[in-house]
Design a protein around this ligand. Structure first.
Ligand code: IVH
Length: 671
């Protein structure tokens, strides 16, 4: 039997429904002016789904019913960006915005300049490709050159049109860049749900948005209510030569643009805009972390060009940290991997810049004493960027009656051993190297992503490995056999093999990661990298004297002592021998490092440089072993003087410190 083709009436109805729904999306997401209630929208959608099911030949990929579909992907294919996706230099205060303006004007030989100021959304950058008005490909920013093809996930975001509106403009090929974000309300609801499901909550809306985009099942993505704001329109046949005009074209194409953008002809007005937005940021239903300032004219953008990975024609003005008040309900004392005793505050949950804060570090006993913080107090919590929230003050007026000063424990809260304080250090340590908290902490650190990156060794498994005495030091991990771990709770055949494979694979981790994984006190990632670069092997490091270590710029006596002490401990040497025998990388494969020609030299930067930004100049100095400080003192070796230099230049002359002009400076850091 041949299937009947669709009657004309049905054909018409389907086309009409598709168009109507597209229009309602447009009204809802772009104009923020819906004309029908949600139930009515759902009813229309249902009708369309049913008709398309009956007549699948009329279902087009752009139909609003086709946002979710297909099977979960295993891996995202890599996409090479047609034009790199750049990042932005940062500015943190008005002076730096003035510096930016000065650099722009210098670069443009004093032409008139107009800026567009927009909100800086705190989400994940993506790029969308449209061909003949149809959404064909969407990708993450990745490293700026290559990203992941996440088309299926992006299709589920209702503010991303699958089909552009072509009333006024028709472009063959378009690329639209913008930010995928999660609104604060949706973020809070998602985290609540995750906690109910005993899943780890996301730290902030940005992580939630970025994490969701990387999910392999687009059905879950569709439930997460992500949003999109466009901020860049690229395309050969787009004629407009100004960013401001293009921002206005985007909504006409059906693409959502945040309406709080403005064009200014003076940096002072840009600064007022930044101030105003910083004040009102919390009133927005989504997170922003600053304002992006862009030169409006493309001709001028081109003239200014790009340095390293960021354009000279734009900058991000970053907002300062935020504070919130909440109640401290408990002080919990934790024991870290090197035995450090850290007091942590349990707080009544409070929203701080879109993140729910429940805990904050109190650093050490002195800090508690200094703040005189007590259980029951109302405290001030601060957070900047990604750092752990901190308690910065107590609202003494709100202190309830009958509180007591907090008394710091005199013994390790886990193993009850003696605790002590090293000279010149603020922290107490548990002196028992076999303290279960330390063993556990060391293992967790060793397997963590930045260290040996051993997947599948979560807290629960580590606890079991310790409790069954299978593992007491990281070296024991490399003796594990599948039979050893199979009897562990919730350990199946497959996960056991995966774990053994992950352990095996970690043997390829480079020396600097191994060095970091060892968890030497005070040797964080940066220090480990520096030590690996300078010494090249564990043997060389083991034989280094304290003064060999302190000769390296940035390695002070505290780190040097701690490294030396690590190698003096017999247990550690024994563990290293075992790790070496297991085949871990205990020497660097090859060194590719800049010559440390500025070793030990201190620089101060003043005024605007033409060819590099302040951040870039700093990176150049540091990569050659030098250091940058903010004020000129007797210890300063060089002052780099750009245009419009201020009082630092005068101070340098007074103190007789060598000054360098841009050319002289650049020649010192050129290789
Ligand atoms: S423009 C060359 N505009 O900030 C300019 N970026 O550090 C490229 N971002 O990766 C970006 N809001 O994720 C631009 N209004 C905005 C933005 C914005 C947020 C993010 C974006 C980008 C990062 C750059």
């Amino acid at each position: 039997m041949t299937r009947q083709s669709a009657p004309d009436a049905v054909r018409k109805r389907i086309v009409q429904l598709q168009k109507e729904l597209l229009d309602h999306d447009y009204r809802y997401y772009i104009l923020a002016d819906p004309v029908i209630p949600d139930e009515e929208y759902d009813r229309l959608m249902h009708e369309l789904i049913e008709l398309e099911e009956q007549y699948p030949e009329l279902r087009t990929p752009e139909s609003p019913t086709q946002r979710v579909g297909g099977k979960p992907t295993k891996e995202f294919p890599t996409v090479t960006h047609t034009r790199p996706m750049l990042s932005l230099s940062n500015t943190y205060n008005e002076d730096e915005l003035y510096d930016f303006d000065r650099r722009v004007r210098n670069g443009l030989k004093d032409e008139d300049v107009a800026y567009v100021a927009e909100l800086k959304f705190d989400g994940a950058a993506v790029t969308l490709h449209y061909e003949k008005g149809v959404f064909t490909l969407g990708a993450t920013r990745g490293d700026g050159t290559q990203g992941d093809d996440i088309t299926a996930n992006l299709r589920t975001i209702r503010s991303i049109p699958l089909q552009l509106r072509y009333d006024r403009f028709k472009f063959d090929k378009l690329e639209v860049r913008g930010e995928v974000i999660m609104f604060k309300d949706d973020f809070i609801a998602l985290n609540k749900y995750r906690e109910e499901q005993e899943q780890r909550p996301f730290a902030n809306p940005r992580n939630a948005a970025a994490g969701t985009l990387k999910l392999q099942d687009s059905k879950i993505v569709a439930q997460r209510k992500l949003r999109f704001f466009a901020y860049q329109l690229l395309g050969e046949d787009v004629k407009s030569e100004s960013h401001y005009e293009r921002l206005q074209m985007l909504p006409e194409l059906g693409l959502p643009v945040n309406e709080r953008f403005e064009r200014f002809t003076s940096i002072d007005k840009v600064i007022s805009f930044c101030r105003k937005e910083e004040k009102t940021r919390d009133e927005l239903p989504y997170e922003i972390d600053g304002v992006v300032v862009k030169v409006d004219s493309f001709r001028q953008q081109e003239k200014l060009g790009t340095i390293a990975k960021s354009p000279r024609w734009a900058t991000a003005y970053k907002f300062t940290t935020r504070k919130a008040e909440t109640k401290l309900s408990e002080i919990v004392v934790q024991v870290g991997r090197v035995g450090t005793i850290t007091p942590v505050a349990d707080l009544e949950p409070v929203l701080l810049g879109g993140t729910t804060v429940k805990r904050a570090t109190l650093h050490n006993a002195d800090e508690i004493e200094r703040l005189d913080v007590r259980i029951g107090d109302t405290v001030i919590v601060e957070k900047g960027g990604d750092v752990i929230p901190k308690i910065t003050g107590v609202v003494k007026e709100k202190r309830p009656k009958g509180t007591k000063k907090f008394s710091f424990p005199r013994e390790c809260p886990v193993c009850k051993s003696e605790i002590m304080r090293l000279e010149g250090e603020a922290n107490y340590y548990c002196i028992n190297t076999e303290c279960p908290a330390q063993i556990r902490g060391k293992l967790e650190h060793f397997v963590s992503r930045q260290a040996m990156d051993i997947d599948g060794l979560g807290e629960a498994i580590i606890d079991q490995l310790i409790n069954t005495n299978l593992v007491t030091t990281p070296a024991d991990l490399y003796d594990l056999k599948k039979e050893d771990i199979l009897p562990l709770e919730r350990m199946g055949e497959k996960s056991a093999s995966n774990l053994i494979n992950a352990i095996e694979k970690s043997k390829e981790r480079p020396f600097e990661k191994v060095l970091y994984a060892l968890g030497i006190r005070h040797a964080g990632q940066g220090v480990a990298q520096m030590l690996a670069g300078a010494f090249g092997s564990i043997d060389a490091l083991r034989n280094a004297r304290v003064e060999d270590l302190t000769n390296i710029h940035e390695i002070g006596p505290r780190i040097a002592q701690s490294v030396a002490a690590f190698f003096q401990e017999e247990n550690n040497v024994e563990m290293l021998d075992r790790l070496e025998a297991a085949g871990l990388q205990l020497a660097a494969k090859r060194q590719k490092k800049k010559k440390q020609t500025l070793n030990g030299k201190t620089f101060v930067l003043t005024g605007a440089l033409d060819t590099v930004t302040r951040d870039e100049a700093k990176t150049l100095i540091e990569s050659h072993g030098g250091k940058v400080t903010s004020s000129v003192t007797k210890k300063t070796d060089y002052v780099v003087v750009g245009s419009d230099a201020g009082s630092k230049f005068d101070k340098a002359r007074k103190l007789n410190i060598t000054t360098l002009n841009e050319q002289e400076f650049m020649s010192m850091v050129k290789d």
